[in-house]
Design a binder for this molecule. Structure first.
Ligand code: OSB
Ligand code: MG
Length: 375
């Protein structure tokens, strides 16, 4: 491929969630989303969505830091690098430390552009091997156990293949016990978003072993692979790492230490498709299942997640679900829809394979900036 990039357009849109999403680190009621559009010199374009939240509570990035890093550092570095294909973006941006969500938004847009220029579905262009993916849902902390059971019941009725519930200290074993009692046979997992400590919480986390969970996701601090490996040795339930895995090296270290048995891959968290694919390939070689995580994405991010989920190592249902669970109206057409068997069909059109509702994006836009990336 001979890409000739011309400019990067940044836009911030505001989008209210249909219902608030609560995790151990906080409650989200609306998203401020950075949309990236890259243009080549012939006017063709591709879209990416930066998944950074408004607050630095999931990781250090925010939409505001990502905007600044993209406009002031990523775009100039891309201009200087004169990349010719999407696969070169990762190395071209490697001098910029961390800021993976900012890099991933731009890289995703370039992958979409490249796939469109090649008239290929993005999922095929990145090496995906299945045209249908399996879906689970992530259910936030609820106001009561009754409300939680009601939500679980409705998601199961929709066909979702795996239920994940958020937990935090004080809202953990009782929630799992109630869900397991009402739904003895479902595939169930929990996600703590780093809310527990090895020093104090091993006895409590061991109690979760009684509920045949598929996995316990990210119980401890993101940087602490060693403590996760100590915890994993105390548990029968597989640990899954999310916040801890930022790159291939982290996956390798986690595997060698026995810090987890499953990895959740999020494009933003690992810095894009190139790194995500490397982690997927490593995990596959080591018989470690991976699945695609979610960051409450609007349609563009959701479309990129669908593409990622078609790679061969993605053997567990991901947190990629229907647009209608999040938004009254998405920014893509058609919205992401899930079959009654809990699957999403990977689209057959070029690039991300969804139409972008440009009028809707325009009406939701609160700021924009265009940066040249031609040399
Ligand atoms: O840890 O996977 C997570 C939402 C916000 C922040 C972190 C996480 C989540 C989710 C929901 O679990 C994923 C989604 O439905 O998009
Ligand atoms: Mg998680």
């Amino acid at each position: 491929m001979n890409l000739r990039l011309e400019r990067v357009e940044l836009r911030e849109i505001g989008l209210p969630l249909k219902s608030p999403f609560e995790t151990s680190f906080g409650r989200t009621t609306r998203r401020r989303i950075l949309i990236i559009r890259v243009f080549d010199r012939d006017g063709a374009s591709g879209y990416g969505e930066c998944v950074a939240f408004e607050t630095p509570l999931f990781n250090h990035e925010t939409i505001d830091t990502a905007w600044l890093i993209t406009a002031k550092h990523i775009a100039p570095m891309l201009a200087a690098a004169q990349i010719e294909s999407a696969s070169q973006v990762k190395d071209a941006l490697a001098p910029i430390r961390e800021n993976r969500m900012a890099k991933a938004g731009v890289e995703a847009a370039i992958w979409d552009l490249e796939a469109k220029l090649m008239a290929l579905p993005l999922w095929q262009h990145i090496g995906g091997t299945r045209d249908e993916i399996t879906c689970g849902v992530s259910i936030g902390l609820q106001s009561s156990i009754a409300a939680l059971l009601d939500k679980v019941s409705r998601e199961l009725d929709s066909g979702y293949q795996r239920i994940k519930i958020k937990i935090k200290p004080g809202q953990d074993v009782a929630l799992v016990e109630a869900v397991r009692k009402r739904f003895p046979d479902i595939t169930l997992s929990v996600d703590a978003n780093s809310a527990y400590r090895l020093e104090t919480d091993v006895p409590l986390l061991k109690r979760l072993d009684d509920y045949s969970l598929l996995m316990i996701e990210q119980p401890l601090t993101p940087g602490d692979l060693l403590d996760h490996s100590k915890l994993q040795r105390e548990l029968r339930t597989p640990l899954c790492l999310d916040e801890s895995i930022l790159c291939l090296a982290n996956a390798r270290h986690a595997n060698e230490l026995g810090a987890c048995r499953i990895i959740n891959i999020k494009l933003g968290r690992v810095g894009g498709f190139s790194e995500g694919k490397a982690i997927q390939a490593f995990a596959r070689k080591h018989d470690m299942p991976v699945w695609c995580g979610g960051m409450l994405e609007a349609g563009i991010g959701r479309a990129h997640n669908i593409a990622l989920s078609t790679l061969p190592g993605f053997t567990l249902p991901g947190d990629v679900s229907a647009s209608a669970r999040y938004w009254d109206e998405d920014i893509i057409e058609p919205p992401v829809m899930v079959s009654c068997e809990g699957t999403i069909k990977a689209p057959g059109g070029p690039g991300i394979g969804f139409e972008i509702n440009e009028d809707r994006i325009e009406s939701l836009t609160v700021r924009r900036e265009t940066v040249s990336v031609s040399s």
